[in-house]
Design a protein around this ligand. Structure first.
Ligand code: IMP
Ligand code: MG
Length: 438
């Protein structure tokens, strides 16, 4: 079984939790886009693991792959591989020789670019993601395999320094500092050398052996560089189709696509957010859901579930099944709404059009909200009952919430999650996943 798991809102949908939950059923877990900007928190027996760069399957699967479509912060990668090995000593790591490297220069440039944008800041994670992808497409980028040659590293870093000199301004590193940076990266590269390989071949071999492969998307579909709400996006493609480019594995072989949806919406950074809440009600939802960025600690903006946006992102990745997370959090709200349609004077729109001009003309844009009944706090005994009997134990308001989502999107909810611990994620009857690998 070949499965893709992608976030279909603005990121932070809970992909890490879903991938961790599923990963013991897959031989390989593969990342194909993004870099250290992706923050995945996995909670196992009260221990919190914060991953940014290794796939969230790293605690349970046998093999993880970091594909060529990623941009890699090598220092973080070394740390996170060590952390994974503590829990999962048998893990094998495969790092694409052609993934690009995020260097300290890129992180500095990320800050400089945001400063230069002034009031039209994107609100990036400052992880160097944009500048690293810029260099990739400018064909000056540093690839993982380049780390192994100190001379090449010096040469390439110096080229980037010269090309970006005006942006770097007073902070432009001296030639000595560039050499030091090159040496440090080269040393990190040597530490990683045993993992470096042509990862598409690794994946193809696994496929030929009939194994199960799970592709884990980073960020959310509305942050996709092409299909998100530009320019308030990340610098890579985040939709499932990018597996072909970012891992070298054809999308035609993907059997099912799971779209991960938070039961409400959150967003970090700037940009349009149609169902955004403000005031006390937003503060409540943010506190209940601990909605602060994993990577940056920034408070997240929050709002109601946005069906027109989901319809759009589900089409982009041809989502088969939904995984709905954070249902326990949403239950704590006294009043719950679902954003059903967008209302533009004289017109109701069923599906998001991410054209920013379209979203901007919208002083008089509103969202038609459908009121839903709250299912209240999900205490331990309710959770245990649901873990045992699934759907049958649902409070009827929760059943109603999920069936409303299914009816509005035309897709079944196959997985739900109602707490951070691993046991609080369950598969709904009727949804087929591979058996756990012994
Ligand atoms: P960048 O990817 O750091 O360049 O940030 C671009 C935009 O994507 C900003 O709005 C970030 O807040 C957002 N973003 C990047 N990664 C994540 C993520 O993992 N979760 C949520 N938002 C993210
Ligand atoms: Mg995240």
């Amino acid at each position: 079984m070949i499965t893709a798991v992608v976030g279909i809102q603005f990121g932070d949908e809970g992909k890490g939790k879903i991938v961790d939950f599923l990963s013991s059923r897959y031989n390989y877990v593969v990342r194909f886009n993004g870099g250290r900007n992706a923050g995945h928190t996995v909670v196992v027996e009260d221990r919190k693991f914060k991953f940014h760069i290794v796939p969230s399957g790293a605690l349970r699967t046998r093999n993880v792959v970091l594909g060529n479509g990623m941009v890699i912060d090598v220092n973080s990668l070394i740390e996170e591989i060590e952390m994974s090995k503590e829990i999962n000593p048998g893990i094998n790591v495969f790092l694409s020789n052609r993934a690009h490297v995020v260097t300290p220069l890129h992180k500095l440039l990320d800050k400089k670019e945001e400063d230069a944008r002034g009031p039209s800041k994107i609100g990036t994670t400052f992880e160097g993601i944009g500048p690293a992808y810029e260099d990739k497409y400018a064909r000056t980028g540093i690839r993982i395999e380049d780390l192994l040659s100190l001379d090449l590293m010096k040469e390439k870093l110096d080229l980037i320094r010269r090309m970006k000199s005006s942006l770097l301004g007073d902070d432009e590193p001296s030639p000595e500092e560039i050499d030091e940076m090159a040496l440090k990266l080269h040393q990190d590269g040597l530490k990683l050398s045993k993992y470096i390989t042509s990862t598409e071949r690794t994946i193809h071999r696994s496929w030929e052996a009939g194994e199960n492969i799970l592709f884990e998307g980073a960020n959310g579909s509305l942050l996709d560089i092409d299909y998100g709400i530009f320019p308030f996006v990340t610098s890579s493609n985040t939709i499932a189709g990018f597996i072909s480019c970012g891992a070298g594995f054809s999308f035609r072989k993907v059997n099912n696509v799971i779209g991960v949806v938070k039961a409400y919406v959150s967003r970090v950074g700037a940009g349009p957010f149609p169902t955004e809440l403000s005031g006390d009600i937003a503060d409540k939802l943010r506190e209940y859901g601990h909605e602060y960025g994993t990577t940056t600690g920034r408070p997240r903006r929050v709002g109601w579930l946005d069906i027109p946006a989901l319809k759009y992102t589900m089409l982009l990745s041809d989502v088969d099944t939904l995984a709905v997370t954070n249902l326990d959090t949403l239950g704590l709200m006294d009043e719950i709404f679902i954003g059903e349609k967008y209302v533009i004077p004289g017109n109701e729109e069923e599906i998001l059009d991410p054209d920013t001009r379209h979203l901007d003309k919208l002083g008089n844009f509103s969202v038609k909200l459908k009121p839903m009944k709250s299912w209240g706090e999900m205490n331990d005994s309710l959770k245990s009952e649901i873990i045992q009997s699934g759907r049958e134990a649902f409070p009827h308001e929760l059943a109603e919430y999920l069936s409303t989502i299914e009816n509005m999107t035309g897709r079944k909810v196959g997985i739900i999650s109602f707490g951070s611990g691993r046991k609080n994620t369950i598969i709904m009857d009727g949804f087929k996943v591979p058996e756990t690998i012994g």
